[in-house]
Write a protein that binds this ligand. Structure first.
Ligand SMILES: [Fe+2]
Ligand SMILES: [Fe+2]
Length: 480
């Protein structure tokens, strides 16, 4: 294990010895002001001057990799940090399994790798754009700090990908780096590349759901790229995963605190019917059925990010030893998937059936299955909170065919429990499954900022403990 020191003597904190790589350093220094322009126009609206108690990655050691301090976001030190190089690492899968990992891009895979980098890179600034108006309605300074933490780290992930593009792809890479700042979430002319990243994040429940479901897709993608035979990509993703864990914590604990508050308010008011939506909303908290609808929406949008269940692209990425499986090295098989099959859920003659497909082309389905398992664990923990309050309600993940725009089920209307509807039935029933205008307006009516340290909006419970072990009334954001 080698571990290069962080170089703070140049503009960009890094452990890739940037100062001795004049070409890349210059490209990044030219990109930096454009990035800052993007951050100031598309990043958190109205808080560019606020001092935020943020963690900054300063090393890649297991312990002590982050330091906490007040920072104005445009001054955040977005660094380029790769997990330590593993001495003698071999390619763990695909046609090149067993060969030494690559430190340079193999010519034959240049286009494929560039594509993978750009697709991943595009999601990072997209989520910052989607979340840019949330600051105005934060339920506490603690939550305000958390969304900003997520935002600056997504910014750093963009830096990490841009570094790889500029270092290994020359002029093409520099052009892609510009494009990553040019596309805009939700813009009809220059949208972000993937659907879920063009959706709005209109309120804090959506934000927490996004961080739980969509950042978790990010985790799965990063996990499979962390296996890559292209070692700089593997090391980049491994370090990004360290930060990604916090994003999912923000999502899971955020939704958990909303559930806890709703259940608490119901108990205090003597309401035991979770479906008495009017009565629950009267208490100024979000009813559980609406929380379920939001989960349905964000889960189904996130499933689409895995692409088609059966995909030759996925097979090519794997064969080329560029993108592996979740926990690749822990799987007990040939890691080449010669003659292996994998069950893919399909709709055949109006019924759901598993069909064995070549495992290579079914890699998206497999990654999605791993994702579903991971989501289910979080849902279980949310249900524990409801159970502990003795309320008769269970949150669940909808059927994977529900509300899909991509893949096997995109042409079908399917309910959360897997009933197939015709278009007319769907039209009259879909507001039972997905948030409607009225739900949105109700949630919006609760979104009033709470800016006093230690205070929380009525619809969300305080967290169990503070960030960086700070006390309850810690001022996480100093508004200017
Ligand atoms: Fe990210
Ligand atoms: Fe994230």
């Amino acid at each position: 294990m080698s571990s290069e020191a962080i170089s703070y003597d140049t503009l960009i904190p890094n452990n890739v010895d940037l100062s001795s790589d004049r070409r890349v350093l210059k490209a990044l220094e030219q990109w930096h002001p454009k990035y800052i322009d993007w951050w100031k126009t598309m990043g958190p609206e109205g808080f560019q001057e606020a001092s935020v108690y943020l963690r900054t990655a300063v090393s890649v050691e297991t312990v002590g990799w982050a330091k906490f301090d007040y920072v104005k976001m445009p001054d955040y030190r977005w660094g380029i940090l790769l997990a330590p190089q593993e001495e003698g690492r071999k390619i763990p899968f695909g046609e090149h399994k067993g060969e030494d990992v690559w430190q340079e891009v193999p010519g034959e895979y240049r286009a494929m790798l560039r594509r993978l980098l750009v697709i991943q890179g595009d999601t990072e600034p997209a989520s910052v754009e989607q979340q840019r108006f949330l600051g105005a309605t934060a339920p506490s300074l603690y939550d305000l700090r958390n969304v900003f933490q997520v935002n600056v780290e997504e910014g750093r992930h963009l830096w990490a990908i841009v570094y790889l593009l500029q270092k290994y792809f020359g002029r093409d890479g520099r052009e892609e780096a510009q494009e990553l700042l040019r596309r805009r979430s939700g813009d009809p002319d220059v949208p972000r590349m993937l659907g879920a990243f063009n959706e709005q994040t209109p309120d804090w429940l959506s934000f927490f759901m996004f961080a739980f479901f969509t950042d978790r897709d990010g985790k799965m993608q990063l996990e499979s790229l962390a296996q890559s035979g292209f070692d700089p990509l593997a090391r980049t993703c491994r370090f990004m995963l360290t930060e990604e864990a916090h994003h999912m914590f923000v999502g899971e604990s955020g939704v958990g605190r909303i559930i806890q508050r709703t259940c608490g308010a119901m108990t205090d008011a003597g309401i035991d019917d979770p479906f008495d939506i009017e009565a629950v909303r009267q208490l100024g908290v979000i009813d559980l059925p609406t929380i379920q609808k939001k989960a349905n929406l964000h889960y189904s949008l996130s499933l689409d990010l895995f692409g088609s269940e059966v995909s030759t692209n996925a097979a090519n990425f794997y064969n080329a030893s560029l993108k592996g499986r979740f926990k690749e090295t822990k799987i007990n098989d040939d890691h080449k998937l010669i003659k292996a099959t994998y069950p893919v859920l399909k709709m055949i003659d109006g019924k759901f059936k598993f069909v064995d497909e070549p495992a290579l082309t079914a890699l998206n389905m497999r990654l999605r299955d791993s994702y579903v398992d991971d989501c289910a664990k979080g849902i279980k923990r949310w249900n524990k909170i409801i159970e502990n309050k003795n309320i008769a309600f269970t949150l669940s993940l909808p059927h994977t065919a529900f509300n899909r725009k991509i893949g096997e089920f995109s042409n079908f209307s399917v309910t959360p429990v897997g009933e197939i509807l015709d278009t007319k039935q769907w039209q009259s029933l879909h507001t039972d499954f997905l948030p409607d205008t009225e739900d949105g307006e109700f949630i919006a009516s609760l979104m009033k900022p709470e800016t006093q340290a230690g205070k929380y909006a009525n619809w969300i419970a305080p967290p169990k403990s503070g960030i960086d072990n700070r006390e309850g009334d810690f001022e996480y954001v100093r508004l200017s």
